[in-house]
Write a protein of this length. Structure first.
Length: 215
């Protein structure tokens, strides 16, 4: 077979494979995560309080799996706002928080990445500050989790999902955002977020990863 014929066969094969994957995704049943909403209100010394969510928010994120809470610790005077969005492998179009928080009257600035050593492993998070009317300046850290992997890339999420679908398995991914008021000393806000993240991360796989939630 000539090289041109090999290329033609390869293109046809890849097209058929992609069509099969798309069909399987579109016809797949929704995945139920029965553990998600039992995510603890007490995380170590941090005590959480639910925040009411308007119905239009669920329409925007296109998933019922959404947690929004404020957590407080007796050792820190700043609260941490926690947002978790969970999706199965049928729809993983997460909205960037810069766009969501940068709404009318809000101003996003100082976008960057943070490299943190958490429990002996390096975590890379996206970070920015935002000025929100009525809430002042907020420091925001966020990342995604897919099969226990922490990443800031939605491309990596989709590749991991594709890998699972090719092996005939279902999977899921979660978006996690932490937010704290910017203190007079910005380093204090970063210490608060890092302390909360240290307590949060061990819990995340139990409530967001497909293999742990019984999917």
């Amino acid at each position: 077979m000539k090289r041109e014929e090999y290329k033609y066969v390869l293109i046809i094969s890849l097209t058929l494979l992609c069509g099969l994957i798309v069909h399987r995704v579109e016809t797949a049943e929704p995945v139920v995560n029965s553990k998600f909403f039992s995510f603890p209100l007490m995380i170590g010394e941090w005590e959480g309080k639910e925040i009411a969510v308007h119905e239009y928010v669920y329409e925007i994120i296109d998933t019922p799996y959404f947690i929004l809470r404020d957590y407080h610790s007796p050792r820190h005077h700043l609260p941490v706002n926690l947002s978790i969005v969970w999706c199965d492998d049928r729809n993983l179009a997460f909205h960037a928080p810069e766009a969501c928080l940068g709404g009318i009257g809000s101003q996003v600035e100082e976008t960057s990445q943070r490299h943190l050593a958490i429990q002996g492993s390096e975590c890379i998070l996206d970070a920015f500050t935002v000025r929100i009317p009525g809430h002042g300046e907020q420091l925001v850290w966020y990342f995604f989790v897919v099969d226990g992997l922490i990443t800031t890339s939605q491309t990596i999420i989709r590749l991991q999902v594709l890998k699972k679908r090719l092996s005939g398995k279902r999977t899921s991914a979660a978006f996690i955002r932490l937010m704290a008021p910017v203190a007079l000393e910005r380093a204090e806000s970063e210490r608060v977020l890092a302390a909360f993240l240290e307590s949060l991360l061990p819990l995340v796989p139990e409530y967001t990863c497909a293999e742990r939630t019984g999917i």
